[in-house]
Design a protein around this ligand. Sequence first.
Ligand code: FO1
Length: 315
Amino acid sequence: MIVALAGGVGGAKLAHGLALAATGSGSGAQPRVIVNTADDFEHHGLRISPDLDTVLYTLAGLANAETGWGLAGDTFTTLDMLARYGVETWFQLGDRDFATHLLRTQRLRAGWTLTQVTAAFTRALGVEADLLPMCDEPIATMVETPDGALDFQDYFVRRRQTDDVRGVQFTGIEQAHIPEGVRAACAAADLIVFCPSNPIVSIGPILAVPGMRALLQQVAAPRIAVSPIVGGRALKGPADRMLAGLGHAVSATGVARLYQGLIDGMVIDQVDAELAASIEALGMRVLVTDTMMRNERDRQRLAREVMAFGAPGIS
Ligand code: FO1
């Protein structure tokens, strides 16, 4: 069984590839995906978990292919009516997407944990993989900028990631606990995959849950990260600018340094082949391949290559 750590769109794509590979191989063991919840926020009175929803919709085959988030074919009439009431509608929530936020909010208020809410959604949408929130406590990424501290979605969506990032804080992380299902998954894993998500604000919060680094350091299974930085750029989102703003090298090597001590190997894109030696010098194995996931076939191919590289024994 494979455990994947994932955040937004890039992470969801490889998690999907791992699920497709498991289905294809007939080994039955669907991946268990530990998902970032520090992007979560309250909006229009609803609790919204963008990364959980992005992974859920992607694995269910329902995600909007252009954006990677939200539901394919969704409409925005509810948002239009909210705008007529003078409400700000910079966060594009589709009419069908609202159902997820309404039900999550209602169930959390009724005492369900985020883990329980997420499990019910995955079963209802026919997703066989397990989606595991990194914790059940509410965590909020704050981005420190020259204009002061910004809520994550303000920075990411409303201000379109234009602010220089000087630091990030994960409010509430000290009170977070590793859910039992996450511990069990890591203990039973044959392979742990750090998906190509933003290492600062997607994988970072997962690693910041108290005890998570120690848990990952003591697992027996091989741990492989796929670089989200290709040719010095992030394929989507602000990871490159964030790494630069925080003083890290904006390269696969820079990402490898961030994960040093937590991973055994790194998968980098062929355009970064010349970085292999610098990453091996960090004590990691390196696989150089095409890490672009243009379609579902790519997702499955990359997943299979990561599996073969990380744990040759498992199918
Ligand atoms: N990202 C945007 O850039 N603009 C949006 O309007 C937007 C709406 C949205 C609605 C639901 C959802 O689950 C995600 C949404 N996202 C949007 C993406 C989201 O901000 C990011 O995916 C994560 O927070 C970072 O990975």
